[in-house]
Design a binder for this molecule. Structure first.
Ligand SMILES: [Zn+2]
Length: 373
C-alpha cells in the first residue's frame, strides 16, 4: 500500500461532496488514505474510532455513492480510479478479488456494482447493525436466569473427561479438537421458549450440539449430573466453607460420583482465596469469561488491574460496559480477540474504552455461538 494518496478536485469541489457534514468529509479523506491500491478498505471501523466518526457518516457516504459497501464488510471508494493514478507496475494486487468481480468501471472511471440497484439496497441494509432475534432471546434468558454468568465456563470445565451422553465420546476441554469440547445444550432450546436454568441444561459434546441445534430433546441426558456438579462448584466457590469442611461435611459422598468432581473447582476456590478476591472482582472476571468464552482466573495480576480501576472510582457497571463494547468489537476479529483480556481491557485505556462510541456491526460480525442453543 502506498503512503501517498491523491484526490481529484472535481470530486471534493462538487456540491454533492461539500453538502456533506464535515465529519463525513473527514471520514472520506481518512478512508482514502487507508485504502489498498484498488480502493478497498476493510478496517473502516477503526478509522471511525480514530477520528471520532459515526456510523451515520458511513451511511452518508454510501447514500452519496462515494463509497460502496459489500456484504463481507469491506467498502470500496467509488472514485478511486479517478482520484489515484497509480502506475500499473507499482500497484499491489488486492485481497478483495470477490468484491472486485462485482465491480465495473464506468465511462467516468467510477466503480459501479454490476447488479447495481438491487444489490446496493441489500448491502445498505446489511451494513447496519441489528441484533438478531435469537440473540435477544438468548441474552434475555441469561439475564433472567438464577445462574450466574460464571456458570457456563465453570460447568463446561467440570465436564472435561466426561462422556458425551449423546454419542459416548470423551469430552475434552483442551484437546484442540473443537468437536470434543463440552458444550451447553438446553433441553428445550431458548429459541423455543426454554429457560437457562439447571432443569433445562445438559452438557454434550460440541459436535452433537451442532447436529442437534435447536431441536427439543425429550430426555434428561446428563442434566442430573449438571445439577450435582453445580451444587459442588457453587459450594466450593462461595467462600463460606473451607476446603477441609467441603470434604468432610458439605458433600454427601453417595450423591456424587467421585470421578465426576473436577479439579478445576478446587483450583478456582483456592486461587480465589489466596488472592482474597472480593465478590465484585469475581463478578467482573466471571462476566468477562461469560462474554468471551474464556477462562481467566482470579489471579493477583487480574485482580490488581481491577482494583486499580475501582479505586479510581469506576463501578462494576463501567466494567461491564467496557467488556460489552470490546467483545462486540473484537470477539470475531482474529487479530484482536487475544486482546480480550484483563490486562488490555482494564489497563490505562479503560476510560477511553468506556467512552468510545458503539461501532457498526456488519452481519459477518454478529457472533454466532452454536454451543449455546
Ligand atoms: Zn457427542
Amino acid at each position: 500500500m502506498a503512503n501517498k494518496r491523491m484526490f481529484d478536485k472535481s470530486i471534493i469541489d462538487s456540491d454533492q461532496f461539500l453538502d456533506m457534514p464535515l465529519t463525513s468529509q473527514a471520514v472520506y479523506f481518512h478512508l482514502n488514505m487507508r485504502a489498498d491500491d484498488y480502493g478497498f478498505v476493510d478496517n473502516w471501523k477503526s478509522t471511525l474510532r480514530i477520528i471520532g466518526g459515526k456510523e451515520d457518516d458511513i451511511k452518508v457516504l454510501i447514500m452519496k455513492k462515494l463509497i460502496i459497501p459489500f456484504k463481507s464488510g469491506v467498502i470500496v471508494i467509488s472514485h478511486w480510479k479517478l482520484n489515484n493514478n497509480l502506475q500499473k507496475d507499482r500497484i499491489k494486487s488486492t485481497k478483495y478479488i470477490d468484491e472486485l468481480r462485482h465491480l465495473k468501471l464506468n465511462e467516468n472511471k467510477e466503480y459501479e456494482l454490476i447488479d447495481n440497484d438491487e444489490e446496493s439496497n441489500i448491502l445498505l441494509e446489511t451494513s447496519i447493525k441489528e441484533t438478531p432475534e435469537w440473540q435477544k432471546k438468548r441474552d434475555d434468558a441469561y439475564k433472567n436466569s438464577s445462574l450466574p454468568y460464571s456458570f457456563l465456563y465453570k460447568i463446561r470445565n467440570s465436564f472435561d473427561n466426561e462422556i458425551c451422553p449423546v454419542c459416548g465420546k470423551l469430552m475434552r476441554i483442551n484437546s484442540g479438537i473443537k468437536g470434543n469440547m463440552p458444550s451447553i445444550q438446553h433441553l428445550v432450546p431458548i429459541s423455543k421458549g426454554g429457560v437457562h436454568e439447571l432443569d433445562n441444561i445438559a452438557v454434550i459434546c460440541y459436535e452433537c450440539n451442532n447436529a442437534i441445534r435447536d431441536e427439543i430433546i425429550n430426555e434428561k441426558l446428563n442434566s442430573d449430573l449438571v445439577k450435582k456438579k453445580w451444587e459442588f462448584l457453587s459450594r466450593a466457590t462461595s467462600g463460606y466453607v473451607d476446603k477441609n469442611s467441603i470434604d468432610k461435611n458439605s458433600i454427601d459422598k453417595n450423591s456424587i460420583d467421585k470421578n465426576s468432581i473436577d479439579k478445576n473447582s478446587i483450583e478456582v476456590y483456592s486461587s480465589a482465596k489466596a488472592e482474597q478476591c472480593e465478590p465484585k472482582m469475581k463478578e467482573i472476571i466471571d462476566y468477562l469469561n461469560f462474554k468471551t468464552n474464556k477462562h481467566f482466573k482470579y489471579t493477583k495480576n487480574n485482580i490488581n488491574k481491577i482494583k486499580t480501576r475501582l479505586n479510581e472510582g469506576f463501578s462494576i457497571d463501567d466494567f461491564k460496559i467496557v467488556i460489552d463494547k470490546k467483545t462486540n468489537e473484537w470477539l470475531n476479529d482474529k487479530n484482536m480477540n487475544t486482546y480480550l483480556r484483563p490486562e488490555t481491557l482494564f489497563g490505562n485505556k479503560f476510560e477511553s474504552y468506556l467512552n468510545q462510541r458503539e461501532t457498526i456491526l456488519t452481519t459477518k460480525d454478529i457472533p454466532i455461538d452454536i454451543s449455546d442453543f
